[in-house]
Design a protein around this ligand. Structure first.
Ligand SMILES: C[S@@+](CC[C@H](N)C(=O)[O-])C[C@H]1O[C@@H](n2cnc3c(N)ncnc32)[C@H](O)[C@@H]1O
Length: 332
């Protein structure tokens, strides 16, 4: 996201100090109540101009509250990145960012963080391991707060897709009281945690193949006080599903580009009376209507029941022309 904020300038009297004396002058002006703290000191030739309440020289100063993160970064870097992501207290810049040999502690601080990382493309393997490199800070564990829940994970080991924020929020806004849920690709608890902590799910059976994600999930469940309502199944869900036939009111199939490998198993996990399946998929934008129709037809044929769409969600653009979508299918 690129953030552009018009910089507002305010006229005020200026006290000019040499750079060497600047910190002492700043302290004195402040102690004497002369400094205007709402305005920013600025360079004035080879000196520093402080905004003050009385004087002879008048200059235009930038307001402190108008100092946006981009302008803070441009004071530290010659070619500052235009975008970044914040996970817990780590700022993550794109792979091609030019951070130079600058002071990374100041770069982190300018964005309200303490650590800095560089992102590369997320690994395309099934475990979606992180390709992120921490370049300032000594370990990758973060507590990331989002939509009133806490996720805890090692950013150097597992992915966190900021683009799926709306879907994580949606999974925390259902009334799932009394429901038993199977989360087939739970990762670090992207949906498991909001379903338990916010949607009041009675129990989530969470399947995951990556041990690093499971460690993170266990920490996240504990942090949100919901561990006792979650059972974790470590391994390939095609094996662990055997324990889960006929028990679920709802099944989450949160895998892209496709979760089709577990569609038939998801039907088997539902209670005999049916339930809801949330099917994630990457779909070409101009093929969405056709995909919905064919998917509903498939679920109806294989389950031998009615399959209707209770909701269709466009989560994010995965790449040009292709969307990550979720189809909520009611099987009854
Ligand atoms: C993309 S991540 C989850 C993303 C999350 N649902 C979201 O949308 O933000 C998918 C997770 O499924 C796990 N996974 C992939 N194939 C699996 C399988 N056959 N059995 C269990 N877990 C699997 C991966 O390790 C990964 O943590």
């Amino acid at each position: 996201m690129v953030c552009l904020i018009a910089i507002m300038m305010t006229p005020a009297f200026a006290f000019i100090s040499s750079r060497d004396d600047a910190s002492g002058v700043h302290a004195d002006l402040k102690a004497n109540g002369l400094l205007i703290t709402e305005l920013k000191p600025m360079p004035y030739g080879d000196k520093i101009a402080f905004p003050v309440r009385k004087g002879d020289l008048e200059l235009n100063f930038e307001s402190v509250e108008n100092e946006n993160p981009h302008s803070k970064l441009s004071q530290l870097l010659d070619d500052p990145p235009l975008k970044w992501e914040i996970l817990g207290d780590v700022v993550v810049f794109p792979e091609d960012s030019k951070l130079g040999d600058g002071n990374l502690a100041s770069v982190a601080e300018a964005l309200g963080c303490t650590r800095v990382a560089i992102q590369a493309e997320i690994d395309s393997g099934i475990m979606r391991k992180s390709n992120l490199e921490l370049i300032h800070g000594d370990n990758g564990w973060v507590v990331h707060k989002e939509n009133f829940v806490d996720y805890e994970f090692d950013i150097t080991k597992v992915m966190f897709s900021s683009g799926n924020v709306t879907e994580r929020r949606r999974m925390g806004e259902f009334d799932m009281s009394g429901e038993t849920i199977v989360d087939a690709y739970c990762g670090i608890g992207y949906y498991t945690i909001p379903m338990l902590a916010r949607s009041n799910a009675a129990h989530v059976h969470a399947c995951e193949i990556n041990p690093d994600s499971i460690t993170a999930l266990q920490k996240g469940l504990a942090r949100n006080g919901v561990s006792h309502r979650c059972t974790i199944y470590h391994g390939d869900n095609r094996d662990t599903f055997q324990n889960l036939w006929g028990i679920a009111d709802r099944v989450i199939l949160g895998l892209i580009p496709s979760s089709q490998a577990t569609w038939a198993s998801a039907i088997k996990c539902l209670k005999p009376a049916g339930g809801i399946i949330h099917v994630h998929m990457n779909v070409e934008e101009n093929e969405i209507e056709e995909w919905i129709e064919k998917t509903l037809e498939w679920f109806s044929t294989v389950s031998g029941k009615d399959a209707t769409a209770s909701h269709f969600e466009k989560v994010k653009w995965y790449c040009p022309h292709i969307r990550h979508v979720v189809l909520d299918i009611e099987i009854s």
